[in-house]
Write a protein that binds this ligand. Sequence first.
Ligand SMILES: [Zn+2]
Length: 481
Amino acid sequence: MTIRLRDTLTRTVVPVKPIEAGLLRMYSCGPTVYRYAHVGNLRTFLLADLIRRAMLYHGVEVVHIQNITDVGHLRADHHRREVDPMLVAAGLEGRPSREIADAYEAAFHADSALLNILPAHEFPRATEHIPEMLALIVQLIDRGLAYPAANGDVYFSVRGLESYGKLSGRRPDELLSGARVEVSDEKRDPLDFALWKAAKPAEPAWDSPWGAGRPGWHIECSAMALRYLGNDFAIHGGGNDLIFPHHENEIAQSEGASGATFARFWLHNGMLNLGGEKMSKSTGLLVDLQAAVARFGGMSLRLFYLMAHYRSPLDYSEELVTAASTAYDRLRRFLIRAARPAGVEPDPILLASFVGAMDQDFATPEVLAAVFDAIAEANRLLDLGQEPTALVAAIHEVVNVLGLRVEAEGLDDIAQLVTEVGAEFGIDGGSPDQVVSRLIELRATARAERDFVRSDLIRDRLTDAGILLEDTSDGARWVRR
Ligand SMILES: [Zn+2]
């Protein structure tokens, strides 16, 4: 098996392999839990899920760790004051920040389940790993790569690490001329970044060898990845907006402290845009995931993401999600019509073409195009009364690797659709079974009257609603497809 993906570190598409046979260790950056996840966050979570499903298909177990950031990392508000977004949310919602974090963490898990995203094996919380972070900072100070400032902050000394900048390609001298450097009296060099920040009044704080304070933005991921995965693990992933500074600094902290490789392979997904701008908390352009799921359904949304390549920028628009929703409806009807045949080997040629496209840098748009072509062909054969079981089995197999499934509410939709078809032909009320029986009678009457236009229309409208009529010597029977 060879899954090839683009590695940000080497900027090439390379085979991704587990370091230990049959078991791949992976870390991906998780949510900050002071508000609901938005539809942009999901691209990263979905990519980790795809890795797991694709690897499992090839017989490789993935051990997946995803952090929960329940510390509000300081950011500048519109008055350019440093604020803790967790505390801002606590103030706005009138409840303690612990409650805020717990509520939005629970919402994140619920949202992920609606998109059929496999839960990570561990979801370590930042607030429960302060000792690991402090130990890492002490190690960096011991190795001469970090220093405490007079005010109780601790900084990483960027120029102390030869390899700094290898992920983002931004070397210290270029950075200095860039706009992202934050000048402070406490730093020895403007490029240095905070590992620990001295406490300010009324902020959450933890004890440390340098006085009360809080962790910097990047240290939690290094500390938790090393705690749960150790050095030299296979994949580290996240959105491409995290390449610099977050992931660059994670590498600096982890490799600086141990001298060993941190992650071998760095995987990044493209951003989700809204009206051409990146969707994020900082741009204020957000669509809550829950709102989108309520409107379109989790599987339509999942398909929306899969219809674009994971590295391409993707625009969130009503039109595109509606198109995904229509496509999902076609897929769902097929999966209901043609259940996975037991004991049938999937068509090997078709399966090889699906898997081949998947394994080549997760070319999901190509995989989906092939799936929908195969569905059209299978439907055509089923309409002719044939049983294309190997084809059906191949479709089910790849749909499973893509993590798509029949949504439970989809089945209720059929009842709704049947009721609508009934109403079209003047039938008001009754259970779906009663409505279908009544429609079968109306069709028999139309046929007896040689009104084949009407009888065919009734059959076609029922087919659209997911009900197949079969004419037998005892009259018409029907099945849910
Ligand atoms: Zn991270």
